[in-house]
Design a protein around this ligand. Structure first.
Ligand code: SF4
Length: 242
């Protein structure tokens, strides 16, 4: 049965209102968010991690990063498309064992079309070096691929619209471990409204892939006294891979 557009609109406004009130990524389950995002975007197959199609993957098949990128195209599935200069898909090794997921591109990323190239990106590079890794050995992306205005957090309906493509990237990479950088990414991936301080520091299960939330480098630039905890998380990652 087709969804009632007025109900969908009402739900979207409710979600946006909760987000404005700082109530986190709402109590809806991840599947609800996916269905909402897809309905708002006019897409079908919202329960599938990656939209099936010629450029992505058929049902049950492993997608490729190129296929997922092709599915995105010149994406207009949420309002963030209107303000972006460049869509920031992701960067790094296509066979990476480790995936880093932030929340959204910032100003420099929006200019260059690459993730984590501003000051927070430089700190991330140094954090990787601290555990013997380079950016070329990992894969880095964001929850949403377009810059939110004034670097605000992605709204629930924006995260929901973009989530199937992040799931496609995860399915393509099949990483051994994922680090969720910051609250919005960790909450969206874990379908939780717990604060990042409660989520970080322990491993979670994301559909069979170990996921470790930690602080976003941009937060660490503002709160350098929390760097020791972030480095503890990175060392936990190193131990896990070893
Ligand atoms: S944030 Fe994601 S869903 Fe929204 S326009 Fe950009 S690529 Fe599309």
């Amino acid at each position: 049965m087709p969804a009632d557009p007025s109900l969908i609109q009402e739900l979207a406004e409710n979600l946006a209102c909760r987000a404005r009130l700082g109530l986190g990524l709402v109590e809806a389950r991840a599947g609800d968010l996916r269905r909402l995002g897809a309905a708002l975007a006019g897409r079908t197959a919202p329960d599938q991690p990656v939209p099936a199609g010629a450029a992505g993957a058929g049902p049950g098949l492993r997608p490729s990063l190129e296929g997922v990128r092709a599915q995105l195209g010149d994406c207009q599935r949420c309002a963030l498309a209107q303000g972006r200069r460049k869509l920031v898909f992701g960067a790094g090794l296509a066979t990476a064992k480790i995936m880093f997921i932030g929340e959204a591109p910032g100003e420099k990323e929006d200019e260059q079309g690459e993730p984590f190239v501003g000051p927070a990106g430089h700190l991330l590079t140094r954090m990787l070096a601290a555990i013997g890794l380079t950016r070329e050995e990992v894969y880095i992306t964001n929850l949403v691929k377009c810059r939110p205005p004034h670097n605000r957090d992605p709204r629930p309906e924006e995260a929901a619209a973009c989530l199937p493509f992040l799931e496609g990237q995860i399915a393509a990479l099949r990483p051994q471990a994922i680090l969720a950088l910051g609250r919005p990414a960790a909450q969206a991936l874990l379908d939780s409204d717990a604060p990042i301080s409660a989520l970080r520091g322990r491993w979670h299960d994301l559909g069979g892939t170990p996921l470790l939330p930690t602080f976003h480098p941009a937060f660490l630039l503002r709160s350098p006294e929390r760097k020791a905890e972030a480095y503890a998380d990175l060392k936990a990652l190193r131990r896990r891979l070893a």
